[in-house]
Design a protein around this ligand. Sequence first.
Ligand code: HEC
Ligand code: HEC
Length: 317
Amino acid sequence: MLLLVAGCNEYEGIVLDEDFDIPRTEAFADTLSSYALYQGDLANLTPAEGVYEYELASALFTDYAAKQRLMKLPAGEQLTTSGDGIPVFPEGAILAKTFYYDDAIGDSETRRHIIETRLLVLKQGRWNVATYVWSDAQDEAFLLLDGKTTPVSWRTPEGAARRINYEIPSEVACVTCHQDNDVVSPIGPALRNLNRPGAGGVNQLTQLQTEGLLSAITPEDVTPVVDYTDTSESLEDRARAYLHGNCAHCHSPSAWDRPSREVVLDLSFGTPLDDTGILSNLKRVRNALTAGEMPYIGTTLVHDEGVQLVVEYLDTL
Ligand code: HEC
Ligand code: HEC
């Protein structure tokens, strides 16, 4: 097992800035159930009363794992915002993301296998990171801060068996992706990324306001990020949405500064093409993707469908 030395900012070749300290204002509980995010059987992942489940227009690929995303705000509190980016969260907010495979291959059958639930908890104005690893019995998940790999096998929709050593990230890995101007930050729930129908078919910004969880805004004023799997959208928008969801958390001006030493890219969805650095680095972007060198961390498999989409787009430039 890979060990993170306490107080050390290095893990598997990732080196954070020396003055970047990982917030520890939340004393993380040992067990996931302590956070009361679910009701009934934990393994059913049924959100508890008042916990909001959301989807993103453009999501991160993690070795074909399915994901559930939850938001829990303290009672009576709401998100406030100006603009279409990450809203301001109230103290005590919890964001949770659970990674699972629906067709995991067990001893004799395929079934859902939940691997980990990652938390972001806002305490004393700072976001804390931790992940909880689910037990084999799937009835509890336990705190893990130093990361590990775990073998996972599953059946693809075509029926083929796949096996990987799934990487559960360490807290250092968490904050390489989750940082914005050197401050630990959520990535997904920007208003432009939430501006889409939720599971119930209602626009999520409208739904959040109906439930009193979001201050007054006009959803129509928020330009949505495109869903890259939606083939009715243009190739350009789909490819840019993919790069946004899978690369921009490291390749944008406010991200971890390491990449910018080599090649300056801003792969956020809203950045005009001329300012992204894509045009001057066409070959590098293509090679980084097709060789599986990028994303830098967070996956063990090359995302064939995603790479194909971006390469098809790069060919038009
Ligand atoms: C490879 C980059 C990467 C790593 C490593 C990573 N995350 Fe994330 N995480 C993302 C991205 C991108 C999103 C938003 C997109 C999505 O959810 O599909 C996200 C979403 C989340 C969310 C939902 C709220 C949000 O910010 O969108 C939580 C909670 C979360 N991550 C926690 C963690 C924790 C805790 C760790 C470490 C144990 C971790 N993440 C490691 C990139 C990463
Ligand atoms: C976890 C952070 C992270 C993520 C996510 C990430 N990158 Fe990178 N990227 C880096 C770092 C760090 C470097 C510098 C490479 C090095 O030092 O080895 C880099 C370098 C690059 C380069 C320059 C390679 C060269 O030839 O010098 C390209 C192009 C690139 N990334 C594209 C992407 C694309 C496209 C994605 C999304 C699929 C992506 N990156 C996702 C961190 C990241």
